[in-house]
Design a protein around this ligand. Structure first.
Ligand code: HEC
Ligand code: HEC
Ligand code: HEC
Length: 428
């Protein structure tokens, strides 16, 4: 924007192309892919600056720990697998302390996030792992139990369970105590209600009307966005100056996002497009995760409500991005050493309880984004959700405009192809 000559040259070009576009619109159906492709190639964009804050700092209220010693979606840093230490005799741990550790939520979310563990199991256990209430009668040797808790990869290379010893969540002595506790587990649990038993707990179904502004506070974003859309930016132009009929022009657009952007050599979603496009048109700097950016993102998706997701999966660059995204979804990250698919694939943790939270599968996860979260009174876009799923497993998150998130988003969109956009969503 510093270069007024460039700007005016572009503006001339823009008005010409808008005129041409209007002429073409009269003749060609709005969703003709050939026309869309042409239009897309032309969208002006800032290609130089990052689209989110630098240096990226984690949101206030989120855990502040730096997990630099563990894998993220960009770096491989976790300690390599090494066989657990050999026991030099039978387990002699303190079962009472072991029970305390197993139930301690501050130590990796506690074993009961995934296991029922006998009569003293605390409230709302999960069932991602087997019920361990009688593990003390299964004939497991001390070394076997020690190994499984220290690092389950010794026995099961595809284990979902964190390597509690290798990743320094518990010390060797603490694992002795935990195993001593496991050996005392010999009787089935007694649940106080069907809610307490993860096998009978009713599955949550979201039935709230997300498009009713009296139900979903996220709907207010649509009204706010209309004002932002009509507001002149630093260049004197507003979105409306160039796109006078958004209901028509953008009726399907958001359903084609994210997409590979050759000029940036990465996948961008609606939010990043808004930042880059606004910088070189209205002149506003609508950083990703800013309130205005999220409002406009909701608006553009809302305009496409009812349109089935239809992202490009075929072109060479898109197919390569999807392949990268799928590989990232099975990469183990964080101190807790989870891959996205450990929790979101039905072959692993999905459609089960992790503590009181029902884990959804990847299909069905994205059409409602950005989503108003009633538990936090915040609107979360998809990138923020990715960031939280990282931080929750003790993996450093990436900036919202990270190319890896673009690859993940496209891979997820490919899984959700055909699902109808329905934004803003509402979730607990
Ligand atoms: C100076 C004119 C101008 C302004 C201002 C402008 N745009 Fe655009 N926009 C264009 C041009 C040119 C294109 C590419 C041709 C087309 O799709 O119409 C485009 C394309 C788009 C597209 C399709 C994107 C794609 O994938 O290629 C969207 C969505 C969009 N604009 C939204 C906005 C929003 C939201 C704003 C306000 C922040 C805005 N535009 C401001 C000129 C403008
Ligand atoms: C994220 C979920 C998760 C958490 C948290 C978890 N586990 Fe597991 N655990 C599993 C799963 C899943 C299995 C079985 C398959 C596998 O390894 O993926 C398992 C298996 C086990 C087994 C082997 C059972 C057998 O066949 O004998 C033991 C023992 C065990 N867990 C103990 C623990 C202890 C102790 C803790 C807490 C320190 C813990 N688990 C925390 C998911 C979890
Ligand atoms: C330890 C388990 C766990 C891991 C690992 C995990 N998530 Fe999640 N994720 C959750 C929970 C819990 C929720 C909220 C409940 C739900 O919708 O499944 C969630 C929700 C989501 C949602 C929103 C679903 C919706 O419909 O609102 C998306 C998208 C998502 N995760 C993507 C990812 C991605 C991508 C990764 C990997 C970077 C990942 N998750 C890793 C536990 C996990």
């Amino acid at each position: 924007m510093e270069n007024p000559v460039f700007l005016s040259a572009r503006t001339t070009y823009v008005s010409l192309s808008t005129l041409l576009g209007a002429l073409m619109l009269a003749a060609v159906p709005a969703d003709s892919t050939a026309q869309q492709k042409k239009a897309r190639a032309a969208a002006p964009m800032d290609l130089v600056q990052p689209a989110s804050e630098r240096p990226w700092t984690r949101y206030r209220g989120w855990p502040a720990t730096d997990w630099k010693d563990y894998n993220t979606l960009t770096q491989i840093a976790s300690p390599p697998y090494a066989p657990p230490p050999k026991l030099d005799g039978p387990i002699g741990g303190d079962a009472q302390n072991g029970e305390k550790l197993a139930f301690d939520r501050s130590r990796g979310g506690s074993c009961v996030a995934c296991h029922v563990m006998g009569k003293t199991t605390p409230a709302l256990p999960g069932n991602v792992g087997p019920d361990l209430s009688t593990v003390g009668t299964w004939g497991r040797t001390d070394q076997w139990l020690f190994d499984y808790v220290y690092d389950p990869r010794k026995i099961n290379p595809n284990s979902v369970m964190p390597p509690w010893g290798t990743h320094k969540l518990f010390s060797v002595q603490e694992i002795h105590d935990i195993v001593a506790f496991l050996k005392t587990l010999k009787a089935p649990p007694v649940f106080s209600s069907e809610l307490e038993n993860p096998a009978t707990r009713p599955v949550p179904v979201e039935t709230r009307d997300n498009l009713d502004p009296f139900v979903n506070d996220g709907m207010a974003a649509v009204e706010r966005a209309k004002l932002i859309y009509a507001r002149a930016g630093a260049s004197g132009k507003s979105c409306a100056s160039c796109h006078a009929a958004p209901e028509k022009s953008f009726k399907t657009w958001a359903a084609s996002m994210p997409r590979y952007e050759p000029r940036l050599k990465k996948v961008i979603g609606v939010e990043e497009f808004i930042t880059r496009h606004a910088r070189s048109t209205t002149g506003d700097d609508l950083l990703m995760q800013s309130a205005d950016n999220i409002d406009l993102a909701i608006y553009l998706r809302h305009l496409a409500n009812g349109t089935p997701i239809k992202v490009d999966t075929q072109s060479k660059d898109s197919a390569a991005a999807i392949k990268r995204g799928n590989a990232l979804m099975v990469r183990k990250i964080g101190q807790l050493n989870f891959a996205c698919m450990d929790c979101h694939s039905p072959e692993k943790g999905a459609n089960k309880w992790i503590r009181g939270q029902w884990l959804t599968e990847s299909k069905g996860q994205i059409a409602h984004f950005p989503t108003f979260r009633t538990s936090r009174s915040e609107i979360w876009d998809l990138r923020r959700r990715f960031q939280w799923c990282g931080v929750a497993i003790r993996a450093n998150e990436l900036p919202p405009d990270a190319p890896e998130y673009g690859d993940l988003e496209l891979a997820l969109a490919a899984i959700n192809q055909g699902q109808k956009i329905n934004a803003p969503g509402i979730r607990h």
